[in-house]
Design a protein around this ligand. Sequence first.
Ligand code: IMP
Ligand code: MG
Length: 180
Amino acid sequence: MLNDIQSVLFSQEDLAAMVARLGEQISRDYKGKNLLLVSILKGSVVFMSDIMRSIDIPCRIDFMAVSSYGSGIKSSGSVKIIKDLDLDLQGYDLLIVEDILDSGRTLSSLMEILSTRKPKSIEICTLFDKPERREADVYAKYIGAQVPDAFIVGYGLDYDEKYRNLPFVGILKPEVYENK
Ligand code: IMP
Ligand code: MG
């Protein structure tokens, strides 16, 4: 598995520092509010499990799965709900927890779908942002770090459902997906 990684972008320590900073910001901004964290499966689970523990105010959690990349490396267009939320969003200050904002198509359709359910507020917290690749107009209030236009894996992020279990984030060697 390590042989497929070109270089390490963020170490475990880098990731922990990012998560701590975001957790502090969120705890401050959502004090006295009705915070609901919604993790978008599966890429954000590792980030979610860390960030929820770096938030020191009461909050609830829920999960949602949507179709995005399939097994390739490009976004497929419109989003399909694979697993919907358990909770009714009315009255919640919804914070969507996502692994990476790339073209922005996934989050922009998701924002549209979820706003119709009348949460009190809705914002995005993404661990990574690839601004160079943006096609849809999406605003993320909380961003862990900006990343270059390269395919990254680890800490929940996958290629073909693999590498999610790497504790750091690295750039995948292009030959891994180019020879497919
Ligand atoms: P978007 O709709 O193009 O913004 O795609 C967002 C989704 O694509 C993310 O939730 C990831 O699942 C996936 N994705 C985008 N870039 C990467 C990457 O560099 N590594 C792993 N997954 C990625
Ligand atoms: Mg993915």
